[in-house]
Design a protein around this ligand. Structure first.
Ligand code: ADP
Length: 663
């Protein structure tokens, strides 16, 4: 837009230069030959008036500006009468045969025409599209047809002008009247200045001022041809015509062109800054693409795209659809938005959404398309769908797990009830038979039955806890307690049994007491699990060492044995559910592969870690840590179960799969 402003700056200085030069040239000419000066000025004015006529008529088709058309046509009449004024003027004497009054009569007719036309044009500024030009021009023609013979043939008008004596009252009155009309026109233009592009109304106001001045100069006193007033009057007329011409040309030719250029610049800027791609096709060839569109298809220079068909950037299966849509649009159908993939120059696919409109352009048809890259939107939609699917799957999984937990809980209760009955019966049998002869014979079978009951109980408990852990329903009952005494008591409680198997048991701790928050019941199961494994996999003569270490942040508990060990390849998966290592060394050992999985679950639920070091045939060490922290016991729910001290039953259950146990 600034480029136009600069041009305008030069235009203004050019106009000023002409406005100064014209009077100077005229004044110079008047000094040489006053007749030539008169003829030159009048001819210049006629030429300007005719130019206005031509411009107004030829631009009307596009401008539809009746104001300018009427001015142009009226000035055609003015030019005609000014021409008659010259050819009948002193020195020319073609029409008037030396009668100066004829020349003056056509002059005053021209001035009336000029001022009235300017006034009428000004009155029509507001409604320039409906202004009835034909009506006024018909009136002008009629007036001319009547006036011409009256002036030239029948000489009906009284003398307007008596050389060297006086000018008539009619001329004086007319001049006064015309000056008033011109001032009136100036006021109208000023009031309607908003209807003019930029400040072009100033040309018209300046022109009207000059008209008023030159009428004033000529009309109130007799003006000798060689006089300064004669020269000055004509110079003002010259300037008034020039200014009017400038006004018309600026308004009708230059301003629309500048407006067009400006709007072109605005549109170009708009297209360039549009975040959406914009592309114009003429028939099937691309004739324009904005930077956003180039970006979408991965082309840097517009020149590399112009002339190509848009089909080159579409997968084959979309070609027919695009052609059909274009055909439909050509037949006047309105097409909605269309989503399709485009093939970029690097062969990657970009999803776009387009809306296209058709512009008939002579023999060609142009299509303007707005193309929006919707890859992100599609990715987001896909991601949302994936999330929804995952959420649905998760919900299904949770529902399934809940169902399974409910199932396990129910089945555990159902299994535990008959088991407890069997266990109770076995205990009773034991008591009844203990003092009888039968006891020796049945003791073995009673123990087998009891041990298998415990094994079943352990299995049921483990399955139940594992599924609770999966459902985050392990419900740990945290309490601040001495972890050392729990580990020590649990270890010692099975000390006799370990030693009866010919295994040495060592308990070692670097602190005597350590109060931390933990679930006693669950940690007891952890330690019993690790100890039962150690016993299971350590042969006679071996050693089991339980050590506790406090490293300030954690209490670290280790259960180390000198048993069969675990192959290094199995260490990574040893804590997985149902994982059992099959080697020739552990053929006799029974289990379910749930114990270590449960150990891991319980320790991690406490915020601790569990690890294993093992070497085949050398032994294994299971280490778990519990964070060194306390809880505010005021917040412990009242329903928290009170810790029940270890009893033989609990150990029996945890040790039920250790071969040969008999309590
Ligand atoms: P299981 O009921 O089978 O003992 P666990 O989860 O407690 O289940 O143990 C999984 C497997 O890890 C065992 O079957 C055994 O092969 C191996 N394992 C566990 N503890 C030891 C250990 N102290 N020494 C050697 N192998 C062990």
């Amino acid at each position: 837009m600034l480029e136009f402003s600069n041009n305008r700056g030069t235009l203004v200085s050019k106009n000023l230069a002409i406005l100064v030069l014209l009077p100077f040239a005229g004044a110079f000419l008047s000094n040489k030959n006053i007749v030539l000066f008169h003829i030159t000025i009048e001819t210049f004015c006629i030429f300007v008036a005719m130019s206005m006529l031509l411009i107004a008529v030829n631009t009307y088709q596009h401008s539809k500006n009746s104001f300018i058309l009427f001015l142009g046509l009226s000035y055609g009449f003015v030019a005609y009468y000014d021409f008659l004024h010259i050819v009948s003027a002193k020195g020319f004497n073609i029409l008037s045969a030396n009668d100066i009054n004829i020349s003056m009569q056509v002059w005053i007719i021209a001035r009336y025409l000029e001022s009235i036309s300017l006034l009428l044009a000004c009155l029509g500024i507001k409604n320039k599209e409906t202004f009835n030009v034909n009506k006024y021009i018909a009136l002008y023609i009629l007036a001319s047809v009547i006036l011409n013979p009256l002036v030239f043939k029948w000489h009906v008008f009284p003398p307007f002008y008596t050389p060297f004596i006086e000018i008539s009252t009619f001329i004086k009155f007319s001049s006064f009247f015309l000056i008033i009309i011109n001032l009136f026109s100036i006021v109208i233009i000023y009031k309607n200045k908003a209807y003019f592009y930029e400040k072009k109304y100033k040309f018209l106001i300046a022109s009207l001022c000059c008209v008023a001045v030159y009428i004033f100069i000529f009309s109130f006193h007799y003006v000798e041809m060689e006089s300064q007033r004669f020269i000055l009057g004509h110079l003002f007329k010259l300037v008034s015509f020039y200014l009017l011409y400038k006004g018309v040309v600026e308004h009708n030719l230059i301003s629309p062109y500048i407006q067009l250029k400006e709007s072109e610049a605005y549109h170009k800027r708009l297209l360039e800054f549009s975040p959406d791609g914009i592309m114009i096709q003429r028939d099937s060839e691309i004739v324009y693409a904005n930077p956003a569109f180039l970006n979408i298809i991965g082309i840097e220079n517009e020149g590399d795209l112009i002339g190509k068909s848009v089909l080159e950037f579409l997968p084959k299966e979309f070609h027919d659809t695009v052609k059909l849509r274009k055909r439909a649009m050509k037949h006047g159908e309105q097409m909605g938005g269309f989503e399709f993939p485009m093939v970029r120059t690097d062969n990657s696919i970009v999803y776009v959404e387009t809306v296209t409109t058709i512009i008939p352009n002579g023999d060609n048809t142009e299509y303007i398309s707005i193309v929006r890259d919707i890859s992100d939107r599609r990715a987001a939609e896909e991601y949302r769908t994936q999330l929804e699917n995952e959420e649905r799957e998760l919900k299904q999984k949770i529902a399934y797990e809940e169902m399974m937990l409910e199932f396990f809980t129910n089945i555990s209760h159902d299994l535990k009830t008959p088991l407890n009955v069997i266990l109770g019966t076995v205990q009773l049998l034991n008591l009844i038979l203990i003092d009888t002869e039968m006891y020796c014979k049945t003791k073995k079978y009673i123990n087998i039955t009891r041990q298998n009951c415990f094994r079943l109980l352990k299995l049921i408990n483990n399955i139940l806890d594992i599924s609770k852990y999966d459902n985050r329903q392990l419900n740990l009952q945290f309490k601040n307690n001495d972890i050392i005494s729990l580990i020590e008591n649990t270890t010692i409680s099975i000390g006799d049994y370990i030693e009866s198997k010919g295994i040495e048991l060592i308990f070692d701790t670097d602190v005597e007491e350590k109060i931390i928050a933990f679930d006693m019941d669950k940690i007891e199961r952890v330690i019993l699990n690790l100890l039962s494994n150690a016993i299971k996999f350590t042969p006679n003569g071996g050693k089991i060492q339980v050590s506790i270490n406090d490293d300030n942040n954690n209490v670290v508990i280790s259960v180390k044995d000198t048993g069969i060990g675990i192959p290094s390849s199995e260490l990574k998966t040893i804590f997985d559910r149902y994982k059992q290592v099959n080697t020739s060394l552990n053929k006799n050992c029974q289990g379910t592969g749930l114990g270590l999985a449960l150990v891991k679950s319980i320790v991690e639920a406490h915020g601790g870690l569990v690890d294993v070091n093992s070497q085949l045939k050398a032994g294994s060490e299971f280490i778990f840590s519990l964070p060194n922290r306390l809880i505010d016991e005021a917040y412990i729910a009242e329903s928290s179960p009170v810790y029940l001290p270890n009893n033989i039953e609990r150990i029996n259950i945890e040790f039920s799969d250790v071969y040969g146990i008999s309590y």
